[in-house]
Design a protein. Structure first.
Lengths: 791, 263
């Protein structure tokens, strides 16, 4: 057999074009402003953890530069094969339908050589795995730098990529075989869908159980499996450590394993070129376009929610919400296959249940109960709420134009979600109560209502996040069922946040009812109240946003009404604190916390406020308000006079407040900046430029130019000033944590009063520079006062 | 074994062969017989109009002839190459499916360059041809805007150019003029006519009967998976005229595709 090299080169080139084309399309499709802002926000939150890994990697490298006492390579030899099998299954199953999903599939299948399409598919698959793996490579490089082993990351990458490639190749080839086999069974359409959808779940369960059992077995024999690997392939692991301090000299086994891997690539590739077409052409993927069958694709409600309106008697004839809800239930019952993506929720549940069931079967009951509670919370949002716009399909434009108000449809989804979530969650709670430990009557009475609240919040929050990140295109769920599944990011955020809320609710309920609780009575009530308020705000805010998005679907701006502006401002204020902390801790990790305070303090100060600026920029970007929203201009003479007045009045307020406080003998909470630096008065002076040029302008930008102005779009100027000032005061709560409640209250009241003065100055001048100057001068005067007091 | 496409080499190689030939071609989906025992012989350089009501099996037939769908029974060949030899048959094909296969995030120019690349066309000549064709169908002004912003008709035109870009021996066009306004339809019809003069055989499926009437040398009518009539448009019209008194292809279509059992 002769190999036609020029044809091979041509197919590789065309394959590259195919992979690059698909990747470019993927990149360009994810370009909505909201998506970008949310991805950016998530990236910022992950940044500190990433930096910590880099730092730890470097430190580990530095300490183990002369070799480590842990048999890493021997362990890797043993774990290589199980790891690769899991990876092959994941990668192969996930990619088997990628051609069918490609919009240019008919073009490819009628133009490009088969081998080129196989190459294109593989390269694209490899790329989608390599991109996230770059994140792994970063700490690896940090380790190599620390260990002064420059060859190590190069070797790991050079030898790692072929291994990855051959694994994906095998996985994909096996997946093709399995799928073609299922197609050939000649099952009816529904059965085929369910079988293919379950394959991934079954494989996951098997792999997880197997992995757990083998881990358990090896843990009982020895801590780590360090013997010779069972298969020759395991020796390939040595290549991944070439150049590192822990590397062993390469033996003949390793060379044999490498030869095996490199010989396998062309062989398996050739097999796949033979098999893949059988799959591409066997699947009835063109059935949707074929006019011999009714078109599928988008889920079609057999009875649309609005079609049921006005046709029932009794309660249903009176409540449009109930009728719409019934429509959603009917849609779900008649086309259950559109909800196959819900099986994904079973993965984490099984991942908890399996090990516990295998290890201590006695705990299975309460664990199942607890898992069902979490599942209930997830399903409350996951079923009908997580993609309220996308799942309407072609009905969406009708709903927007319908006379029935948008809130009817949103509330109907909320109702269905809550009912379903409560049914599953309460069943789980009952199971736990029947079998689980730590149960008292008081605790049950505290936790169960909190969980009911979490279920409602979950459904509402899903509506909100699902409206913010709608998904209209269909996807292949479990590579078998084409449906409009919710956006993955929306699902992850919803799942994460509601899981956190569930844990908090349980912890709070337990904490309040434990006799040896560390919380005092008032603190307990405050914590309980705070939790309830946050839940309430999230629920109502999400609900309002979902209604507004549906009502204003297709318009550039969403106008969700007054109260929503308050919630959005709250989100901005909290978001600024969170992002500020994320940026601050990233910088701290980068420079290291062991630097002199004179360097660290200004740096962290600036970094934190840089986070505020990011939030402001994100707000202007996502809401398309743009730079024109900023009121920055050269101050007029009148502005300067107003500014001067503002400084005078705010200092006056401070003086009067101080007199009142000392007169009444009230406690005051000290700002940590002032109290911490008592020993070093010079540092206080160093704060002056920071306060003047960083703190004041940035805070005013956020609280006056964004929050107050945004609130002013809906409320009267006075209300906007008061609300923005309240938020400004509340945002300072973290700074005064640890002081007693009364002292904090007194200080926050003073902040509120001063902030109202600044809000008025901004209102009159409409120039953020002036009010930043006023705020800066006031702060400088306070710092100067503190300096004089300490000197 | 797989020469660069578009040099017309295939045409001389297969001289004398029918452009499309099918015998006993059938496709069954479960219980439904979508296409039943279809025989076709379409000479090179001609235009074959393929008519039939919704659900008659036109798309299934095209997919079998373009090698996308394996037939349940029967054989077919394009330019003398059996459709089962996919990699060889692809070299002779251009295909515009019902939904044009384009990336919405690409511009028309990028999409066509992509199509040229995966067909291994010579870059410098294909760039010229892309410009010429885009100009020909009045898309040159918007050639650098994303296809996602195009109207349905503009997308269809991009899909058509994509199918004709490599000067194929046989072009399968599924509804090339649907969604086009009269002027755009005219441009497309002229483009197809021009393409035929270079020797391309066109297999044209359409509901728009005047287009078929103008372009087709032969018309085949598919009804419930069976080829119920095949003749020149004039002959079909004359036959209907003598029966019903109406002399249009529309009348012929309605006459032929009326279920006789239902009468």
């Amino acid at each position: 057999m002769t190999v036609d090299l020029s044809a091979l080169w041509r197919d590789l080139r065309i394959g590259w074009t195919i992979a690059y084309g698909e990747a470019l399309d993927l990149w360009r499709r994810n370009d909505s402003r909201r998506q970008r802002a949310i991805y950016g926000f998530l990236a910022l939150l992950v940044l500190p953890a990433m930096l910590l890994l880099v730092k730890q990697g470097y430190a580990l490298g530095a300490t183990t530069a002369d070799g480590a006492d842990v048999p890493i390579v021997a362990t890797a030899r043993n774990l290589l094969l199980p790891g690769l099998v899991a990876f092959a299954v994941l990668g192969g199953l996930g990619a088997v339908q990628s051609l069918a999903r490609d919009p240019v599939q008919p073009l490819l299948l009628t133009s490009a050589p088969t081998r080129a399409i196989v190459v294109g598919n593989l390269l694209y698959l490899l790329g989608t795995w390599l991109v996230p793996m770059c994140l792994v490579a970063v700490p690896l490089v940090a380790y190599a730098v620390g260990a002064a082993a420059p060859l190590f990351p190069v070797a790991a990458i050079v030898f790692g990529i072929p291994l990855l490639f051959v694994t994906l190749l095998i996985g994909l080839t096996l997946a093709y075989l399995v799928w073609v086999g299922i197609e050939r069974l000649g099952l009816p359409e529904y059965a085929r869908r369910i079988v293919t959808a379950s394959v991934t779940l079954i494989v996951f369960v098997l792999a997880f159980t197997g992995g757990f059992l083998s881990g358990q077995a090896s843990a009982t024999v020895d801590q780590l499996p360090t013997g010779d690997p069972a298969t020759p392939l395991g020796w390939y692991a040595d290549l991944l450590f070439v150049g590192s301090p822990v590397a062993d000299p390469l033996g003949w086994q390793t060379l044999f394993a490498a030869a095996l891997v490199f010989a396998a690539i062309p062989a398996i590739f050739a097999v796949q070129v033979r098999i893949a077409p059988a799959f591409w052409y066997a699947t009835p993927k063109t059935a949707d376009e074929d006019d011999t069958e009714p078109s599928g694709g988008r889920p079609v409600f057999e009875q649309t929610p609005s079609a049921t309106i006005g046709r029932q008697d009794g309660l249903l004839s009176r409540s449009a919400t109930l009728r719409a809800g019934l429509g959603y239930v009917r849609g779900a019952v008649r086309r259950p296959d559109q909800y196959v993506y819900l099986l994904y929720y079973l993965f984490p549940v099984l991942a908890v249940l399996l090990p516990i069931g295998l290890e201590t079967p006695a705990l299975l009951g309460p664990t199942l109960g607890g898992s069902l509670v979490v599942l209930g919370v997830w399903l409350a949002g996951g079923v009908v709420c997580l993609n309220p716009l996308g799942t309407e399909g072609a009905m969406l434009s009708q709903l927007v134009l319908a006379r029935t108000p948008a809130r009817t449809f949103v509330h109907a989804r909320l109702l269905v979600g809550v009912c379903l979530g409560l049914a599953v969650g309460l069943a789980g709670a009952v199971l736990y109560l029947a079998t689980g430990p730590f149960i008292t009557l008081g605790r049950t009475l505290a936790v169960v209502p909190l969980l009911v609240g979490v279920v409602v919040t979950s459904a509402a929050f899903a509506l909100g996040i699902g409206s913010a990140l709608p998904k209209f295109e269909t996807t292949e769920v479990f590579d078998s069922v084409e449906t409009v599944a919710p956006s993955i990011i929306a699902a992850l955020i919803h799942g994460g946040v509601t899981l956190l809320a569930t844990c908090l609710a349980v912890a709070l309920g337990a904490l309040l009812t434990t006799p040896e609780t560390p919380l005092s009575g008032w603190e307990g009530i405050a914590a309980f109240g705070l939790f309830c308020v946050v839940m309430l705000v999230v629920t109502d805010g999400s609900r309002r946003y979902a209604v507004a998005r549906l009502r204003n679907y297709g318009r550039m701006r969403v106008e969700p009404g007054g109260l929503f502006h308050v919630y959005a401002s709250l989100v901005l204020a909290v978001g600024a604190v969170v992002v500020g902390q994320a940026v601050g801790s990233s910088v701290a990790l980068l420079v290291g916390l062991d630097r002199p305070v004179a360097l660290l303090l200004p740096l962290l100060f600036v970094a934190e406020y840089a986070g505020y600026v990011l939030v402001v920029a994100g707000f202007l970007y996502v809401t398309r308000r743009g730079r024109a929203y900023l009121d920055v201009c050269r101050p007029s003479r009148r502005d300067l006079l107003l500014g001067l007045g503002g400084v005078t009045v705010s200092v006056g307020v401070w003086a009067v407040a101080s007199l009142l406080i000392s007169g009444l003998g009230l406690p005051v909470a000290d700002h940590p900046l002032f109290s911490a630096e008592e020993g070093d008065p010079w540092l206080l002076l160093a704060l002056v430029p920071l306060v003047l040029f960083v703190n004041a302008p940035v805070e005013e930008l956020l609280y006056r130019n964004v929050v107050q102005k945004y609130l002013g779009e809906r409320f009267s100027p006075t209300t906007a000033v008061m609300l923005a000032s309240a938020l400004f005061a509340l945002a300072h709560v973290p700074a005064y944590l640890g002081n007693n409640i009364l002292a904090t209250g007194v200080t926050l009241s003073l902040l509120f009063a001063v902030s109202c003065v600044w809000g008025t100055v901004y209102l009159r001048t409409e120039n953020v520079l002036v009010v930043a100057g006023v705020h800066g001068c006031y702060n400088v005067l306070l710092v100067a006062g503190a300096y004089l007091a300490t000197v | 074994m797989y020469p660069p496409q578009g040099d017309g080499a295939g045409r001389s190689e297969a001289a004398g062969e029918a452009a499309i030939a099918a015998s006993g071609l059938s496709k069954r989906y479960g219980e439904t017989l979508a296409v039943s025992d279809l025989d076709l012989t379409i000479p090179q350089g001609s235009v074959y109009g393929f008519l039939g009501p919704n659900g008659a099996g036109k798309t299934t037939t095209i997919e079998m002839l373009t090698s996308l769908l394996p037939p349940t029974s029967g054989d077919a060949s394009v330019m003398g190459v059996p459709v089962s030899e996919r990699d060889r048959v692809k070299q002779h094909l251009g295909y515009l499916p019902h939904e044009p296969p384009v990336y919405e995030s690409y511009t028309a120019r990028e999409q066509l360059a992509y199509a040229a690349d995966i067909r291994n066309l010579d870059i410098s000549t294909s760039d010229d041809r892309i410009d010429t064709l885009l100009d020909r169908i009045d898309l040159l002004d918007v050639a650098d805007e994303r296809i996602g912003t195009y109207s349905q008709g503009m997308r269809r035109k991009v899909g058509l150019v994509q199918a004709l870009l490599h000067d194929p021996d046989v072009a399968f066009l599924d509804e090339p003029t649907s969604g086009l306004d009269p002027r755009a339809s005219r441009t497309v019809i002229d483009l197809i006519t021009e393409q035929v003069t270079t020797g391309t055989t066109v297999f044209l499926s359409s509901h728009i009967l005047p287009v078929v009437e103008e372009l087709a040398d032969t018309v085949g009518v598919l009804y419930e998976g069976e080829l119920v009539a095949e003749d020149t448009p004039t002959a079909l019209i004359e036959r209907t005229e003598s029966e019903t008194g109406q002399g249009t292809l529309e009348a012929a279509f309605l006459d032929i595709t009326t279920d006789e059992r239902a009468l």
